[in-house]
Design a binder for this molecule. Sequence first.
Ligand SMILES: [Zn+2]
Length: 201
Amino acid sequence: MIKENNKPMLPGEHIASIEEFEGGKNTYIASDGTVRSAAVGTKVYDLKRRIVKVDQKNSPMLPKVGDTIVGYVDMLFSSMVSVKILYINDKRSDAGFSAIASARVGARGDRDRRGGDRRATFHTGDIVRGRVVSLLNSTVHLTLAEKEYGVLYTLCFMCGGDTVRTNENTIKCVECGAFEERKLTHDYGKETFRLIHKAGK
Ligand SMILES: [Zn+2]
């Protein structure tokens, strides 16, 4: 019985323990005694023979250093954001890769509601553009710091309405009038995202 898992594996990623499975094609045994992936691809388990391999056919395009990424913020940490990748160099990517970036860029000294000086320059759901700066530890690291990077479009956090830029790092909801601070791209707006969406099809 063969079972395939569609989640893309990166080189070095944990697949199984050696007690569970023997490593097949495109795998290696790490020093901690686990079976790990030696390639980008999907895991294929042979449950009868207890062998797991990594299949490279249909392997998704992995981002490279220097690539431009468009995605959405799916998680926020105190100083980092996690970005689910939607486009790599304007081509749609369905592989489901995530990237991380430092959230401490852009907006100048804005204060949160409790009066602290933690910078809130990104929110969950923001569409962001960044550049891949490193693939250290099989993690895609982005920078969002330059003028073409940051939030390129987002909906109003209050009402879900359309938003427009009012100055360098502020957007305003056209429905309810709420203002929000963000680290924006120089070409912020719905039209920019629409063009990327169109080009990536
Ligand atoms: Zn609104």
